[in-house]
Design a protein around this ligand. Structure first.
Ligand code: FAD
Ligand code: MLT
Ligand code: ZN
Length: 475
């Protein structure tokens, strides 16, 4: 019997025959969300509990077969799908989808890694708590994937990214041992913090099977505004005013370029984008304030902020949501951009971070270089300005063959953008991770000392290199 046949038998014994998928249409597991790469797995394995994950990992390790951990497969950097060899096992956590416990006094929720983010949010909300991690993919991404990528989203300005929200993990090591780090302690200085090593490691150091996450009280009031601004500089100025006037109440601050919004109108005609016809507005902002104050008090501060912003010319016009439904509709516009961009065709994505104060200068200089080098290329700029994180994306010229554009020009586009990121002392991946799409660029842009330490950690924890090999680090 071949090694692979023997392994498949062991995997069936560990998770049940129905949960070892080898035939049929496996594109949901083998094709990445952005349709950048299509892989081929040896099998997709769907364990239902931590012990079964450990059994799968042990069997694969013994056979020398590599594993690609997968949650919702919504990642942006080709990190959760197998390569084309047909020899890797996709370990899908989707059946591990239980909220294990909610501790109201400790303000924590303990969840299986395959829990869908929205399910966690809704479960906590029903009990009167806020789980603040939020992003447009929340209907399908999982908490394991969020932690694997250290995801950000739209509430980071107040609550931090996935890392800041995590108090502990349960992990299956590359050797198939189980590490239970779910104590939920807020203070624990007993040596290296393994949780932080695992968070953001993109499945290269082990499989996250459970997590204990922080909760917050549900906000009493929530105010959302959609504002037209005269420039990116004005958006940065507005952010400063928002910090000053709202302090900790500022929960979201997103920027959207006019062209990015035009894609939403084009592909989702039913989504009405306010203030879109203003010729003097290259950028728009969605800003959210939420806290425990009375509605009247919060509204007073919010209106004062808008008044000052208008007096200073950093807001031209604004639509304030009058109800939760209207607020949702305004957020929906922002959240539709990645989907609209995908509908427009294959594209080059950048997920960069730079000191907020320097973002306008970065965009001015980089826009000029790109427009000169690639006439007609369309710049789709939006993102989490409150965190200094832009999705500075590039779409092929209108009517051009997008596949050919990416094939011929992606490397040069990336060189222009990332060299500029270096000049501004920024990061080439703020929240999406490295996966395989940015692996080569990481090797060029990260310091050799940092890369050396990363390789040493990988070698120490996964000497066989069976955990998501070729992701983050080169072989
Ligand atoms: P997957 O895509 O399945 O996996 C992502 C990575 O994590 C892979 O390397 C995988 O191997 C690893 N991984 C998955 N599960 C585990 C596990 N249990 N243990 C160890 N490693 C694991 N991202 C943001 O940061 N902010 C956003 O605002 C945002 N918005 C998005 C909007 C849309 C419409 C889409 C499609 C994506 C968006 N993303 C965003 C990207 C994506 O949703 C996040 O990266 C998310 O955290 C991925 O979760 P997932 O469960 O889909 O993980
Ligand atoms: C977003 O902010 O919308 C996400 O990170 C997804 C994307 O950039 O496409
Ligand atoms: Zn984002």
């Amino acid at each position: 019997m071949s090694t692979h046949t023997e392994l498949l038998e062991q995997l069936r014994a560990a998770v049940g025959t129905a949960n070892v998928l080898t035939d049929g249409n496996l594109s949901a597991y083998e094709q990445d969300w952005r349709k950048r790469e299509r892989g081929k797995s040896l099998a997709v394995v769907r364990p239902a509990n931590t012990a079964a994950v450990a059994a799968v990992v042990r069997a694969c390790a013994a056979a020398g077969v590599s594993i690609v951990p997968q949650g919702g497969n919504t990642g942006m950097v080709v990190g959760s799908t197998p390569d084309a060899s047909g020899t890797q096992v996709v370990l899908s956590l989707q059946r591990m989808n239980q909220v294990r416990a909610l501790d109201a006094a400790n303000l924590t929720v303990t969840v299986d890694a395959g829990c869908v983010l929205q399910v966690i949010q809704e479960t906590c909300e029903k009990t009167g708590f806020l789980f603040p991690l939020s992003m447009a993919s929340e209907g399908s991404c999982t908490i394991g994937g969020n932690l694997g990528t250290n995801a950000g989203g739209t509430q980071v300005v107040r609550y931090g990214n996935a890392r800041e929200l995590c108090l502990g993990l349960e992990v299956v090591t590359p050797q198939g041992e189980i590490w239970d780090g779910l104590s939920g302690l807020r203070k624990d200085n007993t040596g290296y913090d393994l949780r932080h090593l695992m968070i953001g490691s993109e499945g290269t150091l082990g499989v996250i099977t459970g997590a204990i996450m922080k909760l917050y009280p549900l906000p009493a009031t929530q105010l959302t505004v959609f504002a037209a601004v005269p420039s990116l500089e004005a958006a940065v100025q507005l952010l400063g005013l928002a910090h000053q006037h709202l302090s900790a109440g500022l929960t979201g601050f997103e920027v959207m370029g006019k062209f990015a919004l035009s894609l939403v109108s084009k592909h989702f005609a039913q989504t009405r984008v306010p203030l879109q016809d203003r010729a003097d507005t290259p950028y728009y902002v969605v800003l959210e304030n939420s806290d425990q104050e009375s509605e009247a008090h919060a509204r007073e501060r919010f209106e004062r902020l808008l008044e000052v912003a208008m007096e200073r010319g950093c807001v031209l016009d604004a639509v304030v949501a009058e109800s939760i439904n209207q607020a949702r509709a305004l957020w929906h516009i922002r959240e539709s951009i990645p989907l609209a961009q995908a509908q427009e065709g294959l594209n080059i994505k950048h997920d960069i971070s730079i000191a907020v104060s320097r973002i306008p200068e970065f965009v001015l200089l980089t826009d000029a270089l790109l427009v000169q080098a690639f006439p007609g290329a369309r710049l789709v700029n939006y993102g989490h300005l409150g965190d200094g994180n832009l999705h500075y994306n590039v779409q092929a010229p209108a009517g051009a063959d997008a596949e050919a554009f990416l094939r011929d020009d992606e490397k040069s586009v990336n060189t222009i953008v990332y060299d500029m990121v270096d000049r501004f002392n920024g990061s080439i991946s703020a929240e999406h991770g490295v996966g395989s799409l940015k692996r080569e660029k990481l090797a060029q842009h990260k310091s050799p000392v940092a890369l050396g330490m990363m390789r040493a950690i990988k070698q120490a924890l996964d000497p066989q290199n069976t955990m998501n090999p070729g992701r983050v680090l080169q072989h």
